[in-house]
Design a binder for this molecule. Structure first.
Ligand code: TYM
Length: 336
């Protein structure tokens, strides 16, 4: 029987370290959805391969990201949590979609332009077709809603276009049209030293981000040395005061307080006051997750078992969609 709740799907690429940006923009929202929706959350490990990865580091990072998902409160019973590479239907549907995707559409993708400018020695075809794999991730599970931050919206738009193209060729009703899900706190967290660009987990400058599993001393140091703006007034104004506004955004989400409340509380105070309080808030918010994470990482067999059961549950659903798609495009099913 199809699930009665709306289906939500999201994931994170397994590169670098999950940051405070990923927590605030993604995982914190995912956790709040897990009781009311049918949720699938996955590790985009195949997407990570679009940039060269050291195999040993990637392997370790897949466990680490999974343990962080769990430590941050994603429940493997309530949600289906799995690794993309464990469900081969993702790459199969991705191929069908790749054959429907105009080169021009992929050429317009901002992330492709940015990443190919950054990795000039490795502009591979996977980097180019990255969004078709992402579309497959979403469409395989007939997701109604996809929670993503600003930076992923263009990819989701392409996915929606692909549903239209697929329908034009093969008829309606096979693939669900996904909608972006804008969380209550869909904030965009910016780099600590350069607050006009987003906090990114693949940033080479460590001072720009706080990692979810970073040690408290280091978090404190980074927040206290975050770039602030000229003047001394603590006011939310991303245009004129991007540094302070970023700190206020983080504060507001983690403390559940409005900007107006924060501005009132810090009226007449110095940037330093805000930073001291925010550092403590971030450390205390992440502390329980950091402790749970350390425990989870000690037992790889347990992580393997959870991953296997997540993949098995995901695959039942993925197979169903892929079978229909193969049939619709005219492929002949393999007979027993
Ligand atoms: P990724 O791994 O870059 O990011 C995971 C999620 O975190 C959000 N995010 C942020 N939100 C606020 N502030 C920030 N500084 C910040 N940095 C990242 C992202 O918007 C995202 O929601 N391509 C995707 C992974 C993916 C995916 C999918 C997502 C693959 N297939 C299918 C949804 C559906 C990515 O690289 O996200």
């Amino acid at each position: 029987m199809p699930p009665m709740k709306k289906t939500i799907l999201s994931g994170s690429t397994v590169t670098g370290n999950l940051t405070l940006g990923n927590y605030i923009g993604a995982i914190n929202n995912w956790r709040q959805l897990q009781d009311d929706y049918d949720c699938l959350y996955f590790l985009a490990d195949l997407h990570a391969l679009t940039v060269h990865q050291d195999p040993a580091i990637l392997r370790e990072r897949i466990y680490s990201f999974f343990a962080q998902y769990l430590a941050l409160g994603l429940d493997p019973q309530k949600n289906i949590i799995f690794a993309q590479s464990h469900v081969h239907e993702h790459t199969e549907l991705s191929w069908i979609l790749t054959c429907l995707t105009p080169m021009g559409a992929l050429n317009r993708m901002t992330q492709f332009k940015e990443k190919s400018a950054k990795h000039t020695k490795n502009i591979n075809a996977g980097l180019f077709t990255y969004p078709t794999l992402m579309a497959a991730d979403i469409l395989l599970y007939q997701a109604d809603l996809v929670p993503v931050g600003e930076d992923q919206k263009q990819h989701l738009e392409l996915c929606r276009d692909l549903v239209g193209t697929f329908e034009n060729h093969y008829g309606k009703g096979l693939l669900k049209m996904p909608e972006p899900y804008i969380g209550k706190t869909g904030a965009r967290v910016m780099s600590l030293q350069d607050p006009i660009k987003k906090m990114s987990k693949s940033d080479e400058v460590e001072k720009n981000f706080v990692a979810v599993i970073e040690d408290p001393k280091s978090i404190e140091k980074k927040i206290k040395s975050a770039a602030t703006d000229s003047g001394s007034e603590i006011r939310f104004d991303p245009e004129m005061k991007p540094g302070v506004s970023n700190l206020l955004t983080i504060y507001s989400v983690l403390a559940g307080k409005s900007m107006a409340e924060l501005e009132a509380a810090y009226a007449g105070k110095m940037y330093g006051h805000l930073k001291v309080d925010l550092a403590e808030l971030v450390v205390e918010t992440l502390r329980p997750a950091r402790e749970r994470y350390a425990d989870l990482m000690k037992n790889r067999d347990h992580l393997d078992q959870l991953l296997a059961s997540g993949a098995a549950r995901a695959q039942v659903r993925a197979q169903e969609t892929l079978k229909k798609v193969y049939q619709a495009v005219g492929l002949v099913p393999r007979k027993a």
